[in-house]
Design a protein around this ligand. Structure first.
Ligand SMILES: [Zn+2]
Ligand SMILES: [Zn+2]
Ligand SMILES: [Zn+2]
Length: 346
């Protein structure tokens, strides 16, 4: 992710609501993928929800989820009028907020979702497609996190445009115990969302790409239910590391795609962050995917060593061998083919 600054020069975070130095209200303008500093418009009545102005005189509305729940720092351009921002529009089900702990869980889910959407926007990927279903999110709970929903089971997953995330994933204890139970080295909300978004984009690229997909990942028509059942009963093949980014990727070609897609988004985000902080040169942005993977291999080792230096687990406990790298190059090609044209190109 790139580095953001307030109009006063102070660095901002992606989820900042206010500049800690000049106290200005700040928000994220999705159309320009940048944070803007805001102040009340002296020319309009100062009612709740009235548009705010940036130093250039442009007016923005706060997202309705900010006004109602304090849970979003994204903005709407004045011409869009008031309402939900482009990321909150994608929520089909939000947590039941009559349970106080769900405010905190929803906040964490939104932080991960916003970071996912940011990367999808930087890659110019469609969110509300013409060819397939629009992307949307269900944030739901079941008996694992709330006894009032003891009869319900909702697993984190993807179906027909909908990314479902179980609220338990937003609790540290529940997530960590699940991570240990399924023997994963890495489990995060952002990782879940990036993986599930891979299923969404596969719906877009599959028509016409079946043969190329099969050469890279295997036959996507293989019986999915049977393959997953076999994976959960017998685990991954002993040599899974020779061809897959993760053990779970070996379960089925479609899961291999989604895992690889998730890592493609991880790499995209971290390389952008490294360039914007001066850790890597700007020339990395113009490199081929194969070159970027080489850079990433070195950078992720450094990242892990930095983590170990302060007693943390490896940030990126994965190995990108040549077979996995080839899959990432394929994902990059598919992602570039999905780019939405800029308005002038349409
Ligand atoms: Zn400031
Ligand atoms: Zn919003
Ligand atoms: Zn999946």
């Amino acid at each position: 992710m790139k580095t953001f600054y307030c109009a006063c020069g102070q660095q901002l975070f992606f989820d900042s609501h206010q500049c800690v130095y000049c106290q200005s209200r700040v928000g994220f303008a999705a159309a320009e993928l940048d944070m803007v500093s805001l102040h009340p418009d002296v020319k309009t009545p100062q009612e709740e929800g009235a548009p705010l102005v940036d130093p250039a005189g442009r007016r923005f509305y706060l997202c309705d989820n900010e006004l109602a729940y304090g849970n979003c720092n994204w903005l709407r351009d004045e011409h869009e009028g008031p309402g939900l921002c482009v990321a909150c529009c994608l929520n089909r089900t939000i947590p039941n907020l009559s349970y106080p702990e769900n405010h905190r869980r929803w906040h964490r889910l939104e932080q991960a979702k916003k970071r996912l959407i940011y990367t999808l926007l930087t890659l110019k990927l469609p969110l509300m497609g013409d060819v397939g279903p629009s992307l949307c999110f269900d944030f739901v709970e079941d008996g694992r996190s709330n006894v009032d929903f003891a009869d319900e089971v909702h697993n984190t997953g993807y179906l027909a445009g909908v990314i479902t995330v179980n609220l338990a994933e937003a609790d540290d204890v529940a997530m960590e115990s699940q991570r240990v139970a399924v023997n994963e080295q890495y489990r995060t909300l952002l990782g879940h969302m990036r993986h599930e978004s891979g299923h969404f984009y596969l719906d877009y690229i599959r028509p016409g790409q079946e043969a190329a997909f099969s050469r890279c990942f295997g036959d996507p028509q293989r019986d999915y239910g049977q393959a997953l059942q076999h994976y959960y009963e017998h685990g991954p093949p002993g040599d899974w590391q020779s061809g897959y980014i993760s053990a779970y990727a070996s379960a089925h070609p479609i899961e291999d795609w989604a895992e690889t897609w998730g890592h493609y988004l991880h790499i995209t985000d971290v390389l952008e962050t490294a360039v914007s902080h001066g850790v890597l040169p700007p020339s990395v942005n113009g490199m081929s995917m194969a070159e970027r993977i080489d850079i990433w291999r070195g950078l992720s080792l450094t990242l892990n060593e930095l983590n170990r230096s302060i007693g943390h687990r490896d940030a990126y406990p994965f190995v990108l061998n040549d077979q996995v790298a080839n899959k990432l190059v394929f994902v990059d090609k598919m992602a570039k083919g999905l780019r939405t044209p800029a308005p002038a190109e349409k």
